[in-house]
Design a protein around this ligand. Structure first.
Ligand code: NAD
Length: 292
């Protein structure tokens, strides 16, 4: 069993760290927020007084933080405290440039690193069923994999440094665009007198089929487990969808990629968030489209 430092014990980090404890790993955790620290201590995580302190003797250091700036700040701090051989895994969703910088910082300090953002949300984190999209050298990935397998059920090695983040933002750009497309189709159908169930029955078995339709249908009824049946409680909040779409647009600008629909999807979700819907499930976008 490994000694693991876990920094960032929020909505995602805490249940992930708890699964590591349940699997028998020794987890030293750190967070800035007292409530997170308290919950972690109750769950058997040894809470340390600082991020650097949690690195003492750790074979693996996992970060689960809100953005790239924070990850780089924490890396600058903890790399100095790490013992030789520590493997750095960043599971936060962050911009690709920062992810690559985090790899560089680790490498310059003599450590191996993996970017391993996740899909699956808080439910997947608690159930240990996350999908991890990993970037980094083969040897680093091979070391990370058994630990990621404790927290997830599908682990994909996407390529070199930053490739996990690239896969994550590309996937979520598809998701944001497709949710808007599916929502527009339901609203158009409604306005033309077509029932939601009839459109679902046709599109779910035709060329319009996609995850936003068949797993996460934005109208209540056809898919009983989708948040539309639960007053659009997240699920995956609109603010997080906006975050990922903006990351895709930053990356598109720096790579010179044309993503006209990704840009428009970001603008639509920006408007949705700015009008008081940050905490609503992202499929609630259908209600904004209906009201336009
Ligand atoms: P969160 O805000 O609940 O947790 C982040 C935690 O990091 C907070 O507890 C905060 O106090 C802590 N933190 C911030 N700066 C810190 C520092 N310098 N040192 C130590 N701790 C610090 O966010 P979350 O929902 O857990 O998301 C974490 C990451 O996972 C984000 O990058 C998010 O985009 C990604 N993600 C979230 C979801 C989801 O459904 N919530 C799904 C997939 C990916």
């Amino acid at each position: 069993m490994a000694k693991i430092a876990f920094i960032g014990l929020g909505n995602m980090g805490l249940p992930m760290a708890i699964n590591l404890v349940k699997a028998g790993h020794e987890v030293n955790g750190f967070d800035l927020v007292p409530a997170a620290i308290e919950a972690a201590a109750k769950a058997g995580i040894k809470v340390m007084p600082s991020a650097a302190g949690s690195l003492a003797g750790a074979e693996i250091a996992i970060t689960m933080l809100p953005n790239g700036k924070l990850v780089l700040g924490v890396y600058n701090d903890i790399l100095k405290a790490a013992v030789p051989g520590t493997l750095f895994i960043d599971s936060s969703t962050i911009d690709v440039d920062s992810a690559r910088k985090a790899h560089e910082l680790a490498e310059k300090a003599g450590f191996a690193a993996v970017d391993a953002p996740v899909s699956g949300g808080v439910g997947g984190a608690a159930a240990g069923t996350l999908t991890f999209m990993a970037g980094g050298e083969d040897a680093a990935f091979a070391r990370a994999k058994p630990v990621l397998e404790v927290m997830g059920k599908k682990i994909v090695h996407c390529g070199g440094a930053g490739a996990g983040q690239v896969a994550k933002i590309c996937n979520n750009m598809i998701l944001g665009i497709s949710m808007i497309g599916v929502s527009e189709a339901f609203v158009l159908g409604e306005k033309l007198g077509l029932s939601a169930q009839a459109l679902y029955d046709v599109a779910s078995t035709s060329s319009g089929q996609c995850w936003s339709l068949t797993s996460y249908c934005p109208v209540p009824g056809p898919v009983p487990t989708s948040p539309s049946n639960n007053d659009y409680k997240p699920g995956f909040a609109a603010a997080l969808m906006l975050k990922d779409l903006l990351l895709s647009q930053d990356a598109a600008a720096s790579a010179g990629a044309a993503t006209a629909l990704g840009k428009h999807a970001a603008e639509i979700y920006q408007d949705y968030v700015d009008t008081g819907h940050a905490g609503v499930d992202f499929s609630g976008i259908i209600n904004a489209i209906r009201e336009k």
